[in-house]
Design a binder for this molecule. Structure first.
Ligand SMILES: Nc1ncnc2c1ncn2[C@@H]1O[C@H](COP(=O)(O)OP(=O)(O)O)[C@@H](O)[C@H]1O
Ligand SMILES: [Mg+2]
Length: 373
C-alpha cells in the first residue's frame, strides 16, 4: 500500500533519510520508532508530501505520489500531531467537520459523521458537539484531533507522537481507543513514537530507525525475541516487561541431569551419584524415555548389592512437559515430595530438572541479567 523505494532526504550536508526502502501493507498498524532526530517525522511527512525527498520514490497503491496533486493526496491521508491543533474558536462539531465541509458534503452528512465519530470514543453528540476545545480535558481534545483526521474516511492515517503530551492513564486509554478504531474501520496507520512500550502495544509492524536508516522492521514479538541491533535491545530493555512473555518450565530447568538405564546395578549407581555429588538420579527406559527416579536413600534402604535400579525406582517426582506454564510448574515444585520436578520433551525423553535452586537462579537471571555462576 505505502511503499518507499530508496528514499533520500538531505538538509545541506546532513543526510536525514539515507536511502530507505520499506513497505506498509493495507490495514496495517505500522509504528516508526527510534531515538530523537533519527528521521521519524521526516519519513512520516514524506508520505503526505509535506516534505519532498531528494531521491527515490514513495508510492501509494502502486502510484508515485509526486504524480498526485498534494491537496488531493492529503484528503486521503489523515494527519494527527501532538500539538492537537484544534481551532479554539470552533466547536467540536465544526472542528471535526472541517474536511467534510471542504469536500462540500451536505450539512446533514457532516452531522452524521460527527455523531458516529463521537460515539466511537464515548463522547455523546448531545453533550459534546457544541463545546469549545477549552471546555474539554487534554485527553478529550486529543480524541477530537484523532476524530478530525478520520472525518473524511481517509484510508491512511499518519500520527506523529499523538499522545506524547498526555498523562499516562489518559494515554493508555487513547492507545486502546485508537487501536480499536483502526481495527473497526480497517485503516492503515503509520504512527510515530519514541516509546517502545507504546510501539509494542500498538504495532502490527515496528520500523526501528537510527541515523536516517532502518535498523529493523519486524513484528513486536519478533523484535522482542530477535532484536537486530544492541540499540534496539536497549530500547526493549526498558520496556520489555510490557509484553507478557509466557514463561515455561523449560525456561527454569537445569539441563545437566544424571541419567542411568533401568538395568544399572545399585552399587554402580551409588558410585555415579557420589561422583557427581547428587543424591538421586533419573532412570530411563531403553528408548531413553523417562521411567522414574531413584534416591541414594532408597538404595540404602532396599537395594541389595546387584539389584537393578529399575526395581526400586519410584514415580513420585512430579513430571511436566517443557512447555508447561511456569506458574503451574512452581506449584508442583513446592508440593513435590522429592523437592524437584522432572521436565520432559514431547517425546517423553528427559529435558531437565527443576529444583528450587535452579528456579531461583533462572528468576535472578530474568530480573538482573546474566549471572556468572
Ligand atoms: N527543516 C530542516 N532543516 C534542517 N534539518 C532538519 C530539518 N528538519 C529536520 N531536520 C533534521 O533532520 C533530522 C531528523 O529529524 P526528524 O525527522 O524530525 O527526527 P525525529 O522525528 O526522528 O525526531 C534531525 O537531525 C533534524 O534536526
Ligand atoms: Mg519527530
Amino acid at each position: 500500500m505505502i511503499k518507499f523505494d530508496n528514499v533520500t532526504k538531505k538538509y545541506g550536508q546532513s543526510v536525514v533519510l539515507d536511502n530507505i526502502s520499506f513497505e506498509i501493507k493495507e490495514g496495517e498498524f505500522a509504528v516508526l520508532i527510534g531515538p530523537s532526530g533519527c528521521g521519524k517525522t521526516t519519513t512520516l511527512r514524506t508520505i503526505n508530501r509535506l516534505i519532498e525527498p531528494d531521491g527515490g520514490k514513495v508510492s501509494i497503491n502502486g502510484k508515485d505520489i509526486t504524480k498526485v496533486n498534494p491537496v488531493e493526496l492529503r484528503r486521503t491521508i489523515g494527519y494527527v500531531i501532538q500539538q492537537i491543533g484544534l481551532f479554539p474558536n470552533m466547536t467540536v462539531e465544526q472542528n471535526i467537520s472541517i474536511v467534510p465541509k471542504l469536500l462540500k458534503y451536505p450539512k446533514e452528512q457532516c452531522r452524521e459523521i460527527t455523531r458516529e465519530l463521537l460515539n466511537l470514543v464515548n463522547m455523546p453528540y448531545e453533550e459534546n458537539a457544541h463545546k469549545y476545545p477549552s471546555e474539554l480535558s487534554g485527553g478529550q481534545q486529543q480524541r477530537i484531533g484523532v476524530l478530525r483526521a478520520l472525518a473524511a474516511s481517509p484510508p491512511i492515517v499518519l500520527m506523529d507522537e499523538p499522545f506524547g503530551a498526555l498523562d499516562p492513564i489518559t494515554r493508555e486509554t487513547l492507545q486502546e481507543e485508537v487501536k480499536r478504531i483502526q481495527k473497526k474501520l480497517k485503516k492503515t496507520i503509520v504512527f510515530v513514537t519514541h516509546d517502545m512500550d507504546e510501539a509494542l502495544k500498538m504495532a502490527d509492524t515496528i520500523v526501528f530507525m537510527n541515523g536516517g536508516k532502518i535498523l529493523q522492521m519486524a513484528s513486536p514479538e519478533e523484535m522482542l525475541q530477535n532484536p537486530a541491533d544492541p540499540l534496539i535491545s536497549g530500547f526493549m530493555g526498558k520496556h520489555g516487561g510490557a509484553l507478557n512473555v509466557k514463561l515455561t518450565a523449560g525456561d527454569f530447568m537445569r539441563t545437566r541431569v544424571l541419567k542411568a538405564p533401568r538395568s544399572n546395578q545399585t552399587l554402580q549407581s551409588v558410585e555415579l551419584m557420589r561422583n557427581r555429588d547428587v543424591n538421586s538420579l533419573v532412570v530411563v527406559n531403553d528408548d531413553d524415555t523417562y521411567a522414574g527416579t531413584v534416591s541414594l536413600e532408597a538404595i540404602k534402604a532396599y537395594g541389595k548389592a546387584g539389584k537393578e535400579i529399575g526395581e526400586i525406582m519410584t514415580a513420585e517426582a512430579p513430571v511436566v512437559n517443557r512447555n508447561e506454564d511456569a506458574q503451574e510448574t512452581f506449584e508442583k515444585l513446592y508440593t513435590s515430595p522429592t523437592g524437584y520436578v522432572i521436565v520432559l520433551n514431547d517425546d517423553q525423553t528427559v529435558a531437565g530438572l527443576i529444583t528450587k535452586t535452579s528456579m531461583a537462579k533462572a528468576m535472578g537471571q530474568a530480573l538482573w541479567g546474566e549471572m556468572t555462576s
